[in-house]
Write a protein that binds this ligand. Sequence first.
Ligand code: NI
Length: 172
Amino acid sequence: MKRPIILHPDPRLKKLSDPVPDLSDELRALADDMLETMYAAPGVGLAAPQVGVLQRLVVLDCVKAENETPRPLIMFNPEIVSASDEMNTYEEGCLSIPEQYADVTRPRDVEVRWIDRDGKERTEVFTGLWATCAQHEIDHLDGKLFIDYLKPLRRQMITRKMVKMKRELART
Ligand code: NI
């Protein structure tokens, strides 16, 4: 089932999310819903706070080429274990901030540890778009958005545009 995505600015997007204590069928269903919502958007990642659930859960699939096999990942309690000194700059966007994009510089490679859908602990080193995406989604769990990396003026400009967009959406 697709879930509505919360748009910035919204206090729920600024909150610290709680660790997931134990996996349940309810949480697995939430993760499946989030993947469905992400693919439909379409997007490459989605964090639980974006659908109004303040728990540490993200989903991602950064396979973009249409001839490549999708690789949906569900991460409960994801953590960045280590990050490279080398940095990478990508133009980022966010499903909670539609139509707004900006360059963000982050570590090029990150080692991430998480609990998967079966409750197994997994660790993997991500690079390129996957590394950026994992960091962007984990930031959401700490109430941080990609626009928080921008200069205040640019951030305020984007936020003003979003306030206007939300006002227009509320009217229709
Ligand atoms: Ni995002």
